[in-house]
Design a protein around this ligand. Structure first.
Ligand SMILES: CC(C)(COP(=O)(O)OP(=O)(O)OC[C@H]1O[C@@H](n2cnc3c(N)ncnc32)[C@H](O)[C@@H]1OP(=O)(O)O)[C@@H](O)C(=O)NCCC(=O)NCCS
Length: 268
């Protein structure tokens, strides 16, 4: 059930208004989805309420049911409005950058990269509130359910797009700035030879293509592009394209922020 009874179309929240309008249309045209769409979207008064409901149903288990997650995620949304802002920026990022996506409602309901990222946002909030056991529990459920493992202490900005998402890993001291795009099987991990601050720092607007491994406390400069399957072991200068194992500079992206264009060609 929705946490708030009154359903407000949300004229001051254009993303939520559009989601509701689109979902009403989908529901009218596909009777088999009507109940699902009612429960996940149409019964809710806000995007936060819908996301909390949907995410908690995915994360819940027999031992820690959805209702417990729901309570916790609602609490995070209420006490940290910046999470809701990041959720909206992430939805915009997907819609603008994913050629297969022309709406906000599809990622909200179906894209596991989006779900994993929002669950990380909840886990990160728990981590900051010194509720680390629950944060690690959330991380573990996300890993089990979505195949995405983001440490709750990692620092991620907003407007982040994780496409397909299977096998994405980000370690404890990883930093990912705003407006970054990455694809499935990307690892932002340690080399195993360093301790402490040992994970990559990914600056704004970077595009990391499928299967790339960025290892160690290396900096990937603003607007850089990392080719599929690369192993990055050293700093990548801003606005350069790297490829290979170990990765080397092979060119320079045409776009200032390749993450926004999602042009994975190795343009020079
Ligand atoms: C294998 C590894 C531990 C490096 O071991 P190492 O023997 O200390 O190697 P070095 O860092 O000194 O590098 C030696 C050479 O191998 C190259 N190299 C290192 N890792 C490499 C890799 N994964 N693939 C190909 N070449 C690699 C280096 O570029 C270097 O080449 P150079 O001598 O021409 O400059 C490390 O690079 C690695 O792969 N770690 C992976 C850890 C991991 O899986 N992390 C994910 C955690 S989620």
């Amino acid at each position: 059930m929705a946490s708030q009874d009154a359903v407000d179309p949300g004229s001051e929240d254009p993303i939520w208004s559009e989601i509701r309008k689109d979902v009403q249309g989908v529901s009218a045209g596909e009777s088999l989805l009507e109940r699902f769409l009612q429960a996940t979207v149409l019964e809710h008064a806000s995007l936060e309420s819908a996301l909390s409901f949907h995410l908690s149903n995915k994360l819940g288990s027999e031992m820690l049911p959805a209702e417990a997650f729901r309570q916790g995620i609602d609490e995070a949304f209420n006490s940290a409005p910046e999470i809701g802002e990041a959720v909206r920026a992430d939805l915009c990022a997907i819609r603008e950058r994913d050629p297969a996506c022309t709406s906000y409602w599809m990622p909200l309901l179906y894209f596991k990269g989006f779900h994993a990222l929002q669950a990380y946002r909840y886990a990160h909030w728990l981590w900051g509130a010194d509720r680390r056991a629950l944060a690690v529990h959330v991380q573990n459920r996300v890993s089990e359910i979505f195949g995405v493992d983001i440490h709750p202490a990692a620092t991620l900005g907003s407007g982040i797009f994780i496409d397909h998402a299977t096998s994405v890993v980000m370690g404890e001291t990883t930093v990912v700035e705003d407006d970054v795009s990455l694809l499935h099987e990307v690892t932002l991990g340690g080399t195993g030879k360093e301790t402490g601050d040992r994970h990559p720092k990914i600056r704004r607007g970077v595009l990391i293509c499928a299967g790339a491994k960025v290892l160690g406390n290396v900096e990937v400069g603003e607007g850089a592009k990392i080719a599929a399957g690369s192993v990055v072991l050293s700093d990548v200068p801003p606005h350069s394209t790297v490829a290979g194992i170990p990765a080397e500079i092979v060119g320079h992206p045409e776009a200032d922020q390749p993450a926004l264009e999602m042009n994975s060609g190795l343009g020079v």
